[in-house]
Ligand binder design. Structure first.
Ligand code: HAM
Length: 421
């Protein structure tokens, strides 16, 4: 390898993003408001590993989903086990609830989580290979009031963060009792459509015909227009659940649109499914998606406990949250000479101990140059420390916004700064 090759920058992986210091405040604010909102509804945080046994997602997310068929980051570890970086969170939570016997705690059990997910999808605006989700899950509540409560919680979060131009889409995908009859009819219609469906959709006729509604190919979209709709095939229990869910959304005054083609890209849903989309996002317009999955816990070998939840894509959400950066409130210590530098180091330690953000730079510079550095960096105050100041124990504090300057002791500096914030 040549010297030039050795020094070549190794770039970030396609579909991943650095979240830079200039953007982090927005992320931190959104994360904090989100956590606070969820906690208000009784959710508590859970954290599970980033990788799990591949089988967990094959079984949970589903063998016929795009995620499992083509998007998983799967690898064999040194012990020969097949592991997968989580593409979504729901199967991991269910695994943890069963394994740690959290289902023995009073139900409904409400948990939330925030963290990175991994999907090998084609990167584009709003679609990444590593992205972040906030996810909530509720276990052990059959009442459709909870379905409406989680949509209301998302709505409350959107309102708190002043996110507008969104639409709530809702549907019911039925259950194991009513879906077979619907699938039969859907297959019949899809077979009749024959060549008008793409090769992928023709395969889906046998594996999971519902997924045909997800296809973006124009001819498939056209052909599927005449296909039967799941909501016409719901059993009385699913029908009642769906109508109550909608009536509770009405009660909350939440606008929504019934979208019978909203099947969602995951295999586990039963009854309610929903998404919140934004007209500001372009092709990847879903900010949040979720639904009920009443069979997963028992299919994983756990007790027969129902579940419901949603996940929100943080990159997409943050891109529609309006944000005005709060001015940083820190003090720049301009030290002139070695004695002043030592005094400045001590002073910074004293101020930081009580929560005052300080910046002290160690390169020797003139006062003029330090003032201009402080200005460029956005300091709210500059504390000038020279030989005389050190002797007197009194320093020159300059407020950058007004240009006002006064002599203060370290106690006075602390008081002025604390009172101003
Ligand atoms: P999902 O619809 O696959 O659902 O993902 C939820 C959200 O994650 C999407 O609405 C989107 O905002 C974001 N998202 C998904 N893929 C990407 C990507 N490649 N790049 C950027 N953002 C993305 C689930 O994951 C389910 N586990 C939700 C759930 C929880 N259902 C029940 N409980």
């Amino acid at each position: 390898m040549s010297e030039k090759q050795k020094k070549r920058l190794i770039p970030a992986i396609k579909g991943t993003k650095d979240i830079l210091p200039q953007d982090i405040r927005k992320w931190q604010k959104v994360e904090a408001v989100t956590k606070k909102t969820f906690e208000l509804y009784g959710y508590r945080e859970i954290r599970t590993p980033i990788f799990e046994a591949t089988e967990l997602f094959e079984k949970g997310t589903g063998q016929t989903t795009d995620i499992v068929i083509k998007e998983m980051y799967t690898f064999t570890d040194k012990g020969g086990r097949s592991l997968t970086l989580r593409p979504e969170y729901t199967p991991s939570v269910v695994r943890s609830i069963i394994e740690k016997r959290l289902y023995l705690q009073p139900q409904p059990l409400r948990v939330y989580f925030m963290g990175p997910m991994f999907r090998y999808d084609k990167p584009q605006k709003g679609r990444y290979r590593q992205f972040h989700q906030v996810d909530i899950e509720v276990f052990g509540e059959k009442d459709p009031a909870i379905d409406a409560e989680i949509v209301e919680m998302a709505d409350a979060l959107f309102k708190k963060l002043k996110v507008t131009d969104t639409e709530v889409l809702v549907n019911s995908v039925g259950c194991r009792r009513c879906r077979p009859a619907y699938h039969k009819e859907l297959r019949r219609k899809a077979e009749q459509a024959g060549e008008r469906l793409c090769a992928d959709c023709q395969k889906k006729i046998m594996t999971n015909p519902l997924r045909i509604f997800d296809c973006k190919v124009k001819t498939c979209r056209e052909a599927s227009k005449g296909f039967p709709e799941i909501t016409d095939y719901l059993c009385p229990e699913c029908e009642e659940h769906f109508s109550k869910f909608c009536s509770y959304l009405d009660l909350y005054g939440i606008d929504y649109r019934r979208e019978p083609r909203l099947v969602r890209g995951l295999d586990y849903y039963t009854k309610t499914t929903f998404e919140i989309v934004s007209s500001r996002l372009g092709a990847q317009d879903a900010i949040l998606g979720g639904g009920r999955y009443d069979d997963m816990m028992k299919d994983f070998g756990g007790p027969d406990i129902c579940g419901i939840g949603f996940a929100m894509g943080l990159e997409r959400f943050i891109s529609v949250v309006p944000f005005t950066e709060k001015k940083e409130k820190f003090i720049y210590l301009a030290c002139l000479g070695d004695r002043a530098k030592r005094a400045g180091m001590e002073l910074a330690r004293y101020l930081r101990r009580d929560g005052v953000e300080c910046l002290i730079e160690y390169k020797e510079r003139s006062l003029k140059s330090q003032m201009s550095r402080a200005d460029k960096l956005g300091a709210a105050w500059v504390l000038i420390i020279g030989e005389d100041e050190v002797k007197k124990g009194l320093y020159q504090l300059k407020e950058m916004a007004t240009g006002m300057q006064r002599e203060c002791s370290r106690e006075e500096i602390m008081k002025i700064i604390q009172e101003s914030s």
